[in-house]
Design a protein around this ligand. Structure first.
Ligand code: UD1
Ligand code: CA
Length: 462
């Protein structure tokens, strides 16, 4: 590779197994607010315009490679994984000729803010040190490397928890795991690392002591919670809580009402328009876009969907990869599966399931229906209990219902079938053949009334 540039390069460490997660999935792929941690960190490197970006992979390398597909970066493999210092060494070839500074980030620190990273980089440039460590002062330093300073306050070294004396452990200033360094000095220092420590690993943090005579500085995180490194599921939940808190504040400040903010779960890629009201216990995930002045009822779960302005979603609806046009109303208790499109001003009511189906403008399916692989026109009325029989056991077939059709209750459409404009389908019909425009279709057996075969009436002899 050998990319020659005087800009800022970045290395992201993502080769560790993350043993404490006890997971089949590599640690850096665990999501926070719906996005794998590695992508949060990659976002930081991009936010300061780092180029090239090198990601060190090892444990679960294939899965991590897959998750990073399409991103402009280089992957280098660390195998075996002998520690964070050893991991950075693997990137040496890729940036040998790099003249600018080197930003080092860990794949398990999803909460660092972009402004903190740009502050770190600026601080490093300004002071002209060999290395600058991003640090934070926390209530409980357990698990982090402690920053040790001289009496004058100069950074002397970082000591890992397992190697620290009781006195050193009481230090509350800790290493975040992000650094900015002069690559020449850093790689030289890394050559001198030893693995004679509690973990038997080559610690990147030992470079601090080696480079200390050349000048090592510390830059403080803006907020203590940024420091959080995710090593187990408890910390993953903590990171999620912090990220959710940030997202809720962000959207409320943008003009969205959250009735009970703490109970709403949002994905990082979700967008929500002004004057939309979100009721308690709503989850909105993936690439969902919600317009202005919508009402999202209690308990709804919405993923990867487009909800246009003025839509009302009544409580407990589940909506996935669907599109609801302006002013439509859906729910309560409706299930819109992938490929559902609800037209402007249309209405989908309770216990209605839609899949790969378009319901046209101002059409209504108010109660208890299954509409699958159907194309339904405008101003159509779908009666209660209507079912599209789209599957014959082998293949899926289409039901087409044109504009202004009226479908009576408890109707089945055995697809493929087409009901043309303005037709009426009598209640209880099983429609197996196309219905011409304007026709009335009734497909049920005629009623027979047999006298005297009912129950005896009061006063009648038996
Ligand atoms: C590390 C720091 C510690 C700091 C903390 C912040 C060291 C020795 N310690 O500890 O001072 O306070 O982060 O969260 O650096 N990795 C590799 N290859 C390896 C080992 C690790 O790529 O051989 C990657 C991991 O995937 C992870 C990152 O490096 O993304 C940090 O490793 P981890 O084992 O989590 O280090 P900590 O014990 O948290
Ligand atoms: Ca960690």
């Amino acid at each position: 590779m050998g990319v020659k540039t005087s800009e800022l390069a970045a290395v992201i460490l993502a080769a560790g197994q993350g043993k404490r997660m006890k997971s089949r999935i590599p640690k850096v792929l665990h999501p926070v607010a719906g996005r794998p941690m590695i992508h949060h960190v990659l976002g930081l490197a991009k936010s300061v315009g780092a180029s090239p970006i090198i990601v060190v992979v090892g444990h679960g390398a294939e899965a991590v490679r897959e998750a990073l597909k399409g991103e402009e970066l280089y992957l280098v493999v660390q195998d075996p994984q002998l520690g964070t210092g050893h991991a950075v060494m693997q990137a040496r070839k890729a940036i040998e000729d790099h003249e600018g500074d080197l930003l080092i980030l860990c794949g398990d620190m999803p909460l660092i803010l972009p402004e903190t990273i740009s502050g770190l980089v600026a601080h490093h440039k300004e002071l002209g040190c060999a290395m600058t460590v991003l640090v934070g002062t926390v209530e409980d330093p357990t698990g982090y490397g402690r920053v040790l300073r001289t009496e004058e306050g100069r950074v002397l070294k970082i000591v890992e928890e397992g190697d620290a004396s009781p006195g050193e452990r009481s230090v509350r200033e800790v290493n975040s795991g992000a650094y900015c360094a002069r690559p020449g000095d850093l790689f030289q220092a890394l050559e001198h690392l030893s693995c004679a420590n509690s973990q038997g690993e080559y610690y990147l943090t030992d470079a601090v002591e080696i480079l200390s005579p050349k000048g090592v500085s510390a830059y403080q995180c803006s907020f203590p919670e940024e420091i959080l490194g995710v090593n187990d599921r408890v910390e993953l939940a903590r990171a999620e809580a912090v990220m959710q808190h940030r997202l809720r504040l962000k959207w409320m400040r943008e003009g969205v009402s959250l009735v009970d903010p703490a109970s709403v779960i949002l994905g990082v890629d979700v967008t929500i328009g002004r004057d939309t009201v979100i009721e308690p216990r709503v989850t909105i995930q993936g690439r969902t876009e919600i317009g202005t002045e919508c009402q999202i009822g209690m308990g709804c779960v919405i993923r990867d969907s487009i909800i246009e302005d003025g839509v009302v979603i009544r409580p407990y609806s589940v909506i996935t990869e669907a599109h609801i046009e302006q002013g439509a109303t859906v729910g309560p208790f409706c299930h819109l599966r992938p490929g559902s499109r609800v037209g402007a001003g249309a209405r989908v009511g309770n216990f209605v399931e839609m899949k790969n189906t378009k319901l046209g403008r101002k059409s209504k399916a108010p109660h208890l229906s299954y509409l699958g692989d159907a194309e339904i026109g405008e101003e159509v009325n779908i009666g209660a209990g209507t079912i599209t029989c789209n599957y014959d056991g082998r293949e899926k077939h289409k039901t087409i219902i044109e504009d202004r059709v009226f479908v009576g209750s408890d109707t089945q459409f055995v697809a493929p079938v087409r009901v043309m404009e303005g037709a009426v389908v009598g209640a209880g019909s099983t429609i197996t053949e196309d219905v011409p425009p304007g026709a009335l279709a009734i497909a049920r057996s005629r009623q027979v009334n047999i006298p005297g075969r009912g129950r005896k009436r009061k006063g009648e002899e038996s």
